[in-house]
Write a protein that binds this ligand. Structure first.
Ligand code: ZN
Length: 134
């Protein structure tokens, strides 16, 4: 159990980053850190970043997975205002990271992330055309 001090800053992360088993048996902890099978520790492995300016902020956010706590769906916002779903963002991560790093406004540059809310009109993924949060 983590100590009660210093938890307020991590509260948002705790909300979104559920403890989950990784393929290699590494564990993502409630504070978003990663504990690998080998015992090493990586702080902020998973993190919900609403504003994305760096490739690190993108990878931290895409690691949250498609469905967030409460059943809300994660999506990303690109420089052209289009939304893309988490599976597409993960699949096209190489392209997205390239555009973020080189500040190329080609529609792949992710600038933010959001989550669907109950009662909202479903969004449409600009890449696969699937509904997000339907
Ligand atoms: Zn998609």
């Amino acid at each position: 159990m983590p100590s009660s001090s210093g938890l307020s800053a991590a509260r948002q992360t705790i909300r979104f980053a559920r403890e989950r088993k990784m393929q290699d048996s590494s564990m993502v902890m409630h504070d978003g850190s990663l504990l690998t099978k080998g015992g090493s520790y990586r702080k902020d492995y998973v993190r919900f970043n609403r504003v994305i300016k760096t490739s690190k902020q993108f990878t931290q956010t895409v690691r949250l997975g498609k469905i967030l706590d409460g059943g809300y769906e994660l999506f990303f916002i690109c420089d052209d205002g289009a939304a893309i779903c988490q599976p597409c963002a993960r699949e096209e991560a190489r392209q997205i990271i390239y555009s973020i790093r080189n500040k190329i406004n080609d529609g792949w540059r992710v600038i933010g992330a959001g989550s669907t809310s109950e009662g909202d009109e479903p969004l449409q993924c600009a890449h696969c055309n699937n509904a997000i949060g339907a």
